[in-house]
Design a binder for this molecule. Structure first.
Ligand code: NDP
Length: 286
């Protein structure tokens, strides 16, 4: 079998188009506003932030970037978040991670108002997701779910094996698949005999951060394979956690890197920001 390649670029473009139209429809009521805070000068973080700003402006979302020096105090950062919590033009707040060691990420995430937590990292958002309540879903897992749905891939009753258990990718993507009635297995660095589990999977989600780690031995014929990894090879090229060329010959669907999950992550941030703005308008009307 040769896999059908799921183009995240294509799915993202279609969703961004819908978001753009909806932003237009709502323009007499509200312009969605996204505040992004960047601390320090990490080149990867800077490039993610630029991507988020560009994507926002393309769909008509107002975005505001606050850059803070590496040695900014935790208090100054928390004050900035508080200012955005109070700012009625801002509906979504994102603090780009990682933060310098002297600042507590936990404190900063918890300082963001859950009503503006478009990254979905606040414990209240996570708790709401766990209990199946309406909330902001974390962008990468949400993007993966959207991709599966866009391709009409059945989730209910399927066995999904998630490799990775981070708070931002592995754990929440498993939870979202469980909410969709999949049977979910989590694997991680202490899993004994990883291929034993992955070879049973109808859906494999690879989120380890290890370049080309998932090979054809890990995957059963016809499995759906979603590659979340973004790794740099020695030659500087980007690659995923899945050995693309060999797994392509076994999977039914496979996402590429780049051009797979990556474009979906930013798209879901735009989606969450728009939903937030609409919620604020509807709340004011009540
Ligand atoms: P983390 O490093 O936080 O988590 C990696 C996970 O992989 C851990 O749970 C770890 O297990 C597990 N793992 C490590 N080694 C093995 C192994 N040998 N066998 C099985 N499991 C293993 O990474 P993230 O979740 O933040 O990110 C994962 C990947 O996804 C990275 O490449 C990252 O760049 C990418 N990413 C891509 C995004 C996108 O938009 N496309 C967004 C976010 C991340 P343990 O818990 O036991 O240590």
């Amino acid at each position: 079998m040769t896999a059908s390649i799921i183009s995240g670029k294509e799915v993202a473009a279609s969703l961004r188009n819908e978001i753009k139209l909806e932003v237009q429809e709502w323009k007499d009521n509200v312009t969605p506003g996204l505040a992004v805070i960047l601390v320090g000068d990490n080149p990867a973080s800077r490039s993610y932030v630029k991507g988020k700003e560009k994507a926002s402006s393309e769909v008509g979302i107002y975005s505001e970037l606050t850059e803070m020096p590496e040695d900014i105090s935790e208090k100054n950062l928390l004050d900035k978040v508080e200012e955005y919590n109070e700012n009625p033009a801002i509906h979504g707040i994102l603090v780009q991670l990682p933060l310098p060691d002297h600042i507590s990420e936990k404190k900063v995430i918890e300082s963001i108002s859950p009503e503006k937590d478009v990254d979905g990292f606040h414990p209240i958002s996570i708790g709401r997701m766990m209990t199946g309540k309406d909330t902001f879903l974390p962008c990468t897992p949400f993007g993966i779910l959207k991709m599966l749905k866009y391709k009409d891939i059945e989730i209910e009753g399927k066995h999904a094996v998630v490799i990775g258990r981070s708070n931002i990718v592995g754990k929440p993507v498993g939870q979202l698949l469980l909410n969709e009635n999949a049977t979910v297995t989590y694997c991680h660095s202490r899993t004994a005999d990883l291929p034993y589990y992955t070879a049973q999977a109808d859906i494999v989600i690879a989120a380890t951060g290890i370049a080309e780690f998932i090979t054809k031995e890990h995957v059963k014929d016809g499995a759906v394979v979603i590659d979340v990894g973004m790794n740099r090879k020695e030659d500087g090229k980007l690659c995923g956690d899945v050995a693309f060329e060999e797994v392509k010959e076994k999977a039914s669907y496979l996402t590429p890197v780049p051009g797979g999950v990556g474009p979906m992550t930013i798209t879901m941030l735009l989606y969450n920001t728009l939903q937030s703005a609409k919620k604020f308008v509807n709340k004011d009307k009540r």
